[in-house]
Design a protein around this ligand. Structure first.
Ligand SMILES: *Cc1c(COP(=O)(O)O)cnc(C)c1O
Length: 415
């Protein structure tokens, strides 16, 4: 900050508030006026001292709740031991994490990075490299779905099927085809021998909480096999226990060639991962790809604790039970407010309510009303309310959330 502009800002000694955001942050977000300062489990306390019930989990990230004691303990212990070594060295936490993920999934190999976008970037680069290495230089095209979301790097945002996110960023990477989600015929029509990969979210998150059908994912698997292409599942949002399975593919019984994970993997400590088979992984050799922080001991030790906590049958079973309870509660609200709410959909604890036709575009307004009633919820596009509470949510918290949402709906209906 130069002396010439200093006068336009508040003195740096004054407390920061929501308004400070508008003064000093690049305006790519429009955060709520609620500024969280402290949290525990699903309870969040804001600057004004008020308690909120968190049904966002930081967008499906803090799946074990805020400040989970085991996660805090792990981070504190690791912070006293080893923070960072660079990729010229390996470290014990990352090896334990990779070994555990490999043991728990279809994969033989793991790659770590810092975000979902980076995990997808690695997956897309790997798919192109795999084709090139195997003598198929013409196989460069990537198929993905309309309304999909895969991150914000130029490659991943271009593969994502939401043109509003690529406007003004061109020229975009070429050889990308977008097909309607859950439309088997459209995927067949788009497929060809020049395709190196199909990337799909088993449950579209940002795109409106839309689960793929089993037939669709099976058809994509067959298409990839027929044309020598790789099937990439983006499980950044729907993975790590969110559906009541460790990864959503397990519930579908359709196995990808590459799977990406992030969000809940670190419960808020930044980490992303890409899982794949030995055969596909072999397309990457020393120096082909990398990132400074990837597999950093702090992130890896946290993720290992998260994985060990989530990947337990009783924990995943509880997610399924909580899902049923939340679905029933939300369906009750749909019945009470049919003029506003149309239907509940989703899987596990990644659930959405599609707004009724007369309420199109008003999801944000409803989440604001919910916040006024002490409930934090998400939207997934302008017409869908999205619920992604921590997986440790109790039946009492579900009932309380439904009560707060009911009050919010009543105020919106009365307005
Ligand atoms: C959030 C998300 C991403 C991007 O993850 P970042 O950590 O924000 O880069 C990619 N894919 C899906 C399905 C997501 O939900």
């Amino acid at each position: 900050m130069t002396a010439a502009t200093a006068t336009t800002h508040l003195p740096t000694t004054s407390p920061v508030t929501r308004q400070t955001f508008d003064e000093v942050i690049v305006p790519t977000y429009a955060p709520s006026n609620l500024v969280p300062v402290r949290a525990k489990g699903l309870d969040v306390w804001a600057q004004d001292g008020r308690q909120y019930l968190d049904f966002t989990a930081g967008i499906a990230v803090t799946s074990l709740g805020h400040c989970h004691p085991d996660v805090v303990h792990t981070l504190q212990q690791q912070a006293e031991k080893l923070w960072h070594v660079g990729n010229g060295y390996t470290n014990e936490p990352v090896l334990e994490l990779a070994r555990s993920l490999v043991a728990a999934t279809f994969a033989d190999r793991a790659f770590f990075c810092n975000s979902g976008a980076e995990a997808n970037e690695a997956a897309l680069k790997l798919a192109r490299k795999y084709a090139a290495k195997n003598g198929h230089a013409h196989k460069t095209r990537i198929i993905s779905c309309v309304n999909s979301f895969h991150g914000r790097t130029l490659f991943t945002v271009s593969v994502g099927g939401q043109p509003k996110y690529t406007e003004g960023f061109g020229p975009l990477p070429p050889e990308l085809t977008h097909v309607p989600f859950n439309d088997i015929e459209a995927a067949r029509a788009a497929m060809g021998d020049d395709v190196c990969a199909i990337m799909v979210e088993p449950i579209q998150g940002e795109g409106g909480v839309m689960p793929a059908t089993t037939e669709y994912l099976q058809a994509l698997r067959e298409l990839c096999d027929q044309h020598g292409a790789l099937l990439i599942f983006d499980e950044v949002q729907c993975g790590m226990g969110r559906t009541g399975q460790l990864f959503a593919y397990m519930g579908y019984g359709v196995v990808p060639d590459i799977l990406t994970t992030a969000k809940a993997l670190g419960n808020g400590y930044p980490i992303g991962g890409m899982l794949t088979s030995e055969k596909v992984a072999a397309a990457f050799v020393v120096g082909t790809h990398g990132t400074t922080y990837g597999g950093n001991p702090l992130a890896a030790s946290v993720a290992l604790t998260v994985l060990r906590t989530i990947n337990v049958p009783s924990f995943l079973l509880r997610v399924k039970h909580a899902s049923k309870t939340l679905i029933l509660a939300l369906q009750g609200l749909v019945q009470e407010y049919p003029q506003m709410l149309k239907e509940v959909r989703g899987s596990g604890l990644l659930l959405g309510i599609q707004l009724a036709d007369g309420f199109k575009g008003r999801a944000k307004e409803i989440t604001k009303a919910a916040e006024d009633q002490g409930l934090m919820v998400l939207i997934a596009g302008p017409d869908v309310l999205r619920f992604a509470p921590a997986l440790i949510v109790s039946d009492e918290q579900i009932a309380e959330a439904a009560a707060r949402l009911r009050r919010a709906l009543a105020t919106v209906a009365a307005a």
